[in-house]
Design a protein around this ligand. Structure first.
Ligand code: FES
Length: 192
């Protein structure tokens, strides 16, 4: 065999060795790409599953929230001041209630009258003066008795009053109905 033939046969041998190696690299790349696609697919699958789970939880929460029974709040519940048991209030006394901005006056005969604290002249808060047994407005000196009737002007009318009711020995005041009046009348008093 001549030298040139030997060289050409060596080149062919090298090629035949390189070709299988090249093929193996290509297979590995394809396998890698397939693996990547599979893992991407499974990641997306898990992501969708997670999102669906979150959406399901939200839907269940909304439905349960919708079906949950609500505490019944009626206007009468929120507007009633529970003053306390009858015995707490001695006759001929006036008790202030900050919550309702009112006075609960228990008259000498045992009857109850709930009076607004707002002066009917220009709306100043009227304090009860124990020593004088009367309400005296600090703004322009109007005075009212324990029934809210005007003792001295410029107040044009008696203090407004609220309906009082007594249930099972408990005195309650309905704050939703402040009532204006021209004069004091005994029908405005609630008796036990
Ligand atoms: Fe009470 Fe004027 S506001 S007397």
């Amino acid at each position: 065999m001549t030298k040139s033939r030997k060289r050409s046969s060596r080149k062919q041998d090298r090629k035949s060795q390189e070709t299988p190696k090249g093929l193996k690299e290509t297979d590995s790349n394809v396998a890698d790409a397939t693996g990547l696609a599979d893992s991407r697919r499974s990641f997306l699958g898990r992501l969708w599953l997670g999102l669906a789970g979150v959406a399901l939880v939200e839907i269940v929460w909304i439905v349960l929230n919708f079906l949950r029974p609500r505490a019944s709040v009626t206007p009468s519940d929120s507007n009633v001041l529970v003053a306390g048991p009858i015995d707490r209030f001695e006759p001929s006394t006036v008790t202030a209630f900050q919550e309702g901005r009112l006075y609960l006056s228990r008259l000498q005969d045992g009857g109850f009258l709930a009076l607004s604290r707002e002066c009917t002249h220009l709306g100043c808060t009227v304090p009860w003066v124990d020593g004088e047994n009367r309400f005296v407005c600090p703004c322009h000196s109007s005075a009212y008795d324990d029934k809210g009737a005007v003792l001295s002007p410029p107040a044009p009318r008696p203090l407004d009053f609220y309906p009082v009711r007594i249930e099972n020995g408990i005195v309650k005041v309905d704050l939703s109905k402040p009532t204006r009046r021209r004069s004091f009348e005994y029908t405005q008093v609630t008796r036990p």
